[in-house]
Design a protein around this ligand. Structure first.
Ligand code: FAD
Length: 370
């Protein structure tokens, strides 16, 4: 690599992908500049401390992984607490445990043993008689029967996608985990927790020795910025990078409504899903419960799924055939760019959990410095 440019790597995006890449490259003696269009680092894992409560500004984030190396990797930056994700569902005022487990089945049907619960589900699946599911509704009923579907899946899913379950393709739900134990732990992974002090603390540590410039949109200063780095690491939207020349990749968006409440405990749990169709939001997050907070006040966030149009905040890629084909075309363009590394959820048009995006960044680092 020559030294004509000021930085070895110009990294677009101070989210997890960009931060891991910058941290590792800096450790290897490379000079990095990280820019982000937002006013803060961290991307979607950003947490903001308000009166001692770390608010997950872009939705509830729970770190979980089965991979010991990745667990050790994040723990080198901050300590994690013992938080276990056990969301509850509120269906018209009825409370159910998630994920679907013996506590849920007991509340739904009064069944006590796993055998009874299995029989109940089996009865309902058979009664529905769906051999070849043609839409999401049929798919869900063929997997877990009508009661679980009606009370815990239908309304929530319809709100998430903004469409009737009968108009949604069956592939959205490939499987629905049912657990025949009294275990409310949402994740099956060996390791999980919340970073003590919030996720921003991790990113701050990663970027401690890296130059960061905020409030800069790459596309507004593209020509000048491209002169700065020998190589570019791009974690923004891949279709925007190529001027939307083949068309626009679609997303679902979210609106977060934060409320500061003058009470100590609003809902007694970090995450409550509203699974009926009438409540306009899908979840309420009460942030203090991620860290067992005992402050006198509390902060909650209502999460509303919304339609996305170009210019809105992109949250969930819509990985249907049309968009996947479109992404493939952009990927072909990206593969031809030998001095640009595309990574993270937006540049690869993929939903990534945090551990997956860290793994992807570490893999890129390994390829880059082998
Ligand atoms: P981002 O965090 O989006 O970072 C990309 C950055 O690039 C952003 O800061 C953006 O501002 C910047 N950028 C983009 N374009 C430009 C540009 N043109 N110029 C300058 N900067 C630009 N994962 C879990 O493991 N557990 C969870 O519980 C979990 N919950 C989630 C809940 C929600 C609602 C969502 C949406 C995601 C959740 N995730 C969860 C996934 C997690 O958020 C992602 O894995 C992670 O944030 C991806 O990091 P990234 O660096 O790829 O993207």
């Amino acid at each position: 690599m020559g030294n004509s440019k000021k930085y070895d790597y110009l990294i677009i995006g101070a989210g997890l992908f960009g931060a891991v890449f910058a941290y590792e490259a800096t450790k290897k003696g490379k000079k990095c500049l990280v820019i982000d269009k937002r006013e803060h680092i961290g991307g979607n894992v950003y947490t903001e401390n308000t009166d001692g409560i770390n608010v997950h500004k872009y939705g509830a984030h729970i770190f979980h992984t089965n991979n010991k190396e990745l667990w050790d990797y994040v723990n080198q930056f901050v300590e994690f607490n013992r938080y276990t994700n056990s969301p509850i569902a509120n269906y018209k005022g009825e409370i159910y445990n998630l994920p679907f487990n013996m506590n849920t089945f007991n509340k739904l049907w009064g069944v006590i043993t796993p055998q009874e619960a299995k029989e109940k589900i089996e009865q309902q699946r058979n009664a529905a008689g769906i051999a070849d599911p043609e839409n999401l509704e049929e798919q869900a009923i063929s997997l877990v029967g009508t009661d679980i579907y009606e009370k815990l899946i239908k309304g929530y899913t319809e709100k998430q996608w903004g469409r009737a379950a009968t108009d949604l393709p069956s592939f959205i739900i490939k499987r629905l985990p049912v657990r025949f134990t009294y275990d409310n732990n949402y994740f099956n992974d060996k390791y999980q927790g919340i970073p003590i002090g919030g996720y921003t603390a991790i990113i701050e540590k990663m970027l401690e020795n890296v130059e960061v410039r905020l409030n800069i949109d790459f596309f507004q200063h593209r020509a000048e910025l491209e002169q700065l780095g020998e190589k570019l690491v791009f974690t923004g939207m891949i279709d925007e990078f190529f001027n939307y020349q083949y068309g626009v990749l679609e997303y679902r968006s979210l609106v977060f409504e934060h409320e500061y409440l003058d009470k100590a405990n609003f809902q007694g749990n970090a995450v409550v899903n509203y699974t009926d169709r009438e409540t306009p939001y899908t979840r309420i997050i009460e942030h203090k419960h991620f860290e067992f907070g005992n402050q006198e006040k509390t902060i909650i966030t209502k999460e509303y799924p919304t339609e996305w149009k170009k210019g809105d905040e992109p949250y969930y890629p819509v990985n249907n055939n049309k968009n996947n084909e479109l992404y493939k075309k952009y990927k072909e363009l990206a593969d031809k760019e030998k001095n640009i590394i595309f990574g993270g959820r937006l540049a690869t048009y993929k939903y990534y959990d945090m551990h997956q995006v860290i793994a992807a960044a570490l893999k890129k680092v390994e390829e880059e410095f082998k």
